[in-house]
Design a binder for this molecule. Structure first.
Ligand code: ADP
Ligand code: ZN
Ligand code: ZN
Length: 724
């Protein structure tokens, strides 16, 4: 019986595909092969080698080519990916496609992993001596006249050099080479003396190195978590091992990368989505070769090979950016735990506002909690005040108390952050005579007014239209913006505080790369300023002169039907508030609301996040919501409502009636119409994970076979983090 390769292919089908081995080479598990698939050719990963095929072997096609002589994915990663595909009901091939950088999913040999260097050829030297080139080319020749430089050095000295390099290389004047990665200089900065709690945390986790153990590092922003990470990474490096540090967004990374590089004096690879595909593949391969000792990255970096793993850290573990919301819907924090177990290393989850899931795990004794309560840099925690907005004369949506606090702050020469989690000028544009409002034609939601662009934009499907001058229905009415977005607050603050710079930070003002950093770089440490912005401002960036955080309106979060809304709101409020008074000056937080008596807000401000979270967990326990139960959400959408309804009814009919599993629906999604598609869902819930899990794979297979499934787009989400 000939051996059969079981191959994972990047197609959204929950199956492996059988092929006969290629004519040349010995294909092993974890190697990539090029195979025919329909009329295409695809790169797949060999998952297993079986003696017998699932179908008769004479009908099997042969793999075209073996791409790797040795496994590209080691057994641990293969095992973790198989687990992940199974757990999140992904197609096996999709899990591999998420794990492998795009450049490694092409039928090519692996790119070299050395540093990229450029140097002059003999012809290039003559051209330099003759001074025969102009502009960027001339400058580049001159730069390289003293010897080869790395791509990184070139980028630092002559931004935009690549175009000139391409021209010169094709004229035979430059050549490119690869060298072994350069060793970085010795650490340039030294660690502060750690305080007692930090030392304790480092000692406890340090003692666990070499074994799987999960830890929760609970400490507010500024409490020195990053210093703990750094001290532990130093220990890991001293043992000759690798460390993986996950962060939710790369916006956080530039500062962190700089800090890591300066402190550790080793190569810190950064893996994130705005990296070029070549660089991404190189970083991944360097981690695999063990030459990258410290890997910093966002969600998908959780798939980095770690042959010499020593420690995995997940910073801001509560952040929802760790959950992938389409395709393969994995959760990077949860996967980090699975990997740490497989690798036999500790995993450290850090947050100032831990997720209720992690708090429940800690309470159940599954994680060991380490607290950082002091803020080494700051004098004392910010002072928090709730402002009752009811029956107040609001000016541009802001109460007198809030505006007075801003005025005080800038008068003292300090900076204020006005926080509002809504972009645009106003969330609704309303006709004052007939009551018409501008709604999205595809979503059944109001359009947001963006006054600067004179546009109405849908924040759900990105539909855009010009802002009308008069009411399109009655033709006479005055159109009035309702409510306040960041753009409108900026306008108001500029007119109220003409002598102070007002900077707006939201997705609109930071579209360009680095725009965020550049905006903040305009802030002088000792000058007054007002920042207006969305949750982008909630994290990162030390602003030592920022002493006031004014939160304008969080009431939406108190009304949401999503059971996680209150948890998110609490996390957001605490994170934003943490921006105030990080340095020597005391901070102050003003939160204005129409619901000053709301238990969550009261609790949060009077007793802090831990107490508020404990109460939220209690509620979840009482009504058996996650983390005390487990959910799986089947989502479906289609242009026609009855196609969605039929599919969901058929889907439900396939499910056995079990006491242990509650089924809700079919029902409309909380947002029933989006981008022109009708949306519906079916929610499965159980306190017994194994019972729920047992029915999922067979159900998924049956769903694929349903005729009504062909008329909808559908997906299964295991442990969904929102029900939209
Ligand atoms: P977090 O990661 O929890 O937000 P950081 O580790 O970034 O906190 O620390 C906040 C600030 O306090 C940083 O500027 C850091 O250099 C400083 N810091 C942290 N620990 C100490 C310490 N033990 N002594 C002095 N400064 C410290
Ligand atoms: Zn009208
Ligand atoms: Zn829309």
């Amino acid at each position: 019986m000939p051996a059969v390769l079981r191959v994972a292919l990047p197609v959204p089908l929950p199956a492996l595909f059988d092929y006969l081995p290629p004519a040349v080479g010995e294909a092993g598990v974890g190697a990539r092969v090029l195979v025919p698939f329909g009329r295409q050719r695809m790169v797949g990963v060999v998952v297993a080698i079986d003696a017998e095929a699932a179908v008769e072997s004479r009908r099997l096609k042969q793999a075209l080519r073996l791409l790797d002589d040795e496994a590209l994915l080691d057994p641990e990663l293969m095992q973790t990916l198989a687990w992940a595909a199974d757990y999140w009901l992904g197609a096996p091939g999709e899990a591999y496609a998420n794990a492998l950088p795009l450049a490694l999913r092409e039928p090519k040999p692996l790119p070299p992993i050395g540093d990229e260097y450029w140097s002059l050829t003999l012809a290039g030297r003559s051209a330099h001596d003759a001074g025969s080139r102009r502009g960027g080319s001339k400058a580049l020749l001159a730069l390289l006249a003293d010897g080869a430089l790395s791509a990184q050095e070139l980028t630092e000295r002559q931004p935009g050099w690549r175009e000139a390099a391409r021209r010169l290389a094709s004229a035979g004047l430059l050549e490119r080479s690869e060298r072994a990665p350069a060793e970085r200089p010795l650490p340039a900065s030294s660690a502060p003396q750690l305080n007692d709690e930090q030392q304790q945390a480092v000692a406890v986790v340090g003692a666990a190195l070499g074994d799987y153990q999960p830890f929760l590092l609970d400490g507010v922003t500024g409490s020195g978590k990053t210093e703990v990470y750094l001290a532990l990474i130093e220990q890991v490096l001293a043992q000759g091992k690798q460390a993986l540090l996950l962060v939710p967004e790369i916006g956080l990374a530039p500062q962190t990368v700089r800090r890591l590089r300066q402190r550790l004096g080793v190569i810190v690879e950064v893996l994130h989505s705005s990296l070029s595909e070549g660089d991404r593949a190189r970083a991944w391969l360097r981690a695999r070769a063990g030459s990258a000792r410290v890997i910093l990255g966002t969600r998908s970096a959780v798939f980095t090979p770690l042959p010499q793993a020593g420690l995995i850290i997940v910073d801001e573990e509560h952040d929802s950016a760790y959950k992938q919301q389409d395709g393969f819907r994995y959760h990077a924090r949860d996967l980090a735990l699975v990997r740490a177990r497989a690798l036999g290393v500790p995993v450290l989850l850090g947050s100032g506002t831990p997720s209720l899931e992690s708090l429940a795990n800690a309470a159940a004794g599954r994680y060991r909690t380490l607290h950082l309560r002091a803020r080494p840099g700051a004098v004392r925690p910010p002072q928090v005040q709730i402002v009752d907005m009811r029956a107040q004369r609001l000016q541009h949506g802001m109460s007198p108390a809030l505006l007075a606090a801003v005025a005080d702050t800038v008068a003292r020469g300090e900076q204020a952050l006005v926080f509002r989690n809504r972009r645009g000028y106003a969330p609704v544009l309303l006709c004052h005579s007939c009551g018409w409002h501008a709604g999205c034609p595809h979503c059944d939601r109001p359009l947001t007014l963006h006054a600067g662009r004179r546009q109405l934009i849908c924040h759900h499907c990105d539909h855009r239209q010009r802002m009308p001058q008069v009411c399109p229905v009655c033709g006479v009415g005055d159109l009035k913006p309702q409510g306040h977005g960041t753009e409108r607050l900026e306008e108001a603050l500029v007119s109220l505080f003409p002598q102070v710079p007002v900077l707006r930070v939201d997705r609109e003002t930071t579209r360009r790369r680095d725009a965020f950093e550049q905006l903040l770089a305009q802030l002088q440490d000792d000058a007054p300023a007002i920042l207006v912005g969305t949750q982008m401002l909630a994290k990162g960036h030390d602003l030592p002169n920022l002493t006031l955080v004014a939160i304008v309106g969080v009431d939406e979060g108190l009304h949401s039907i999503d059971f996680r809304a209150e948890e998110r709101l609490a996390q957001l409020v605490v994170q934003v508030a943490g921006r105030a008074g990080r340095a020597r000056k005391p901070g102050r937080v003003v939160l204005q609301t129409h619901q000053p008596e709301h238990p969550l807000l009261r609790n949060l401000l009077a007793r802090g996040y831990a107490a508020a979270a404990a109460d939220l967990l209690d509620e979840r326990r009482k009504i058996q919501l996650p983390p005390y139960s487990h959910q799986v959400l089947l989502r479906a959408d289609a242009p026609q409502r009855d196609h969605v309804d039929t599919f969901l009814r058929d889907a439900r009919a396939l499910l056995p009636e079990l006491d242990a599993v509650q089924i809700a629906g079919p029902m409309q999604a909380p947002m029933p119409l989006r981008a022109g598609r009708q949306r519906g869902q079916l929610l499965l819930e159980s306190t017994q994970r194994s019972v729920l899990r047992g029915m999922l794979r067979p159900w998924q297979h049956a769903l694929f076979a349903l005729p009504s499934a062909r008329r909808v787009r559908w997906s299964l989400d295991v442990d969904p983090i929102d029900l939209y």
